[in-house]
Design a protein around this ligand. Structure first.
Ligand SMILES: [Zn+2]
Length: 88
């Protein structure tokens, strides 16, 4: 498993203990003692949504990757570029 860096605005949160890190392996950890179990339990969260209790996260919204890109991806198939056969 390769290390992952959180995109801008996102942060890895250990769902097990609530520690925080900007990368999966804890090279850019914020909380001390980001360990192997944190790596296994880490999920990307929206950094702005974090609810803290002391130094630990107690609640956070999951990070949703670039919704704008999804919108653009779904359009080509639905666009009116494909002309229906005439006289079929
Ligand atoms: Zn942890």
């Amino acid at each position: 498993m390769a290390n992952e860096i959180a995109p801008r605005g996102a942060i890895f949160v250990c769902t097990h203990c609530g520690k925080r890190s900007y990368d999966l392996y804890g090279d850019q950890k914020i909380s001390r003692n980001w360990d192997v179990s944190c790596v296994l339990n880490a999920v990307l969260c929206d950094e702005k949504s974090l609810v803290m209790k002391g130094d630990l996260v107690v609640s956070a919204d999951p990070w949703e990757e670039s919704p704008f890109e999804d919108e653009m991806e779904s359009q080509p198939g639905d666009s009116q570029d494909s002309t229906p056969p005439i006289g079929a």
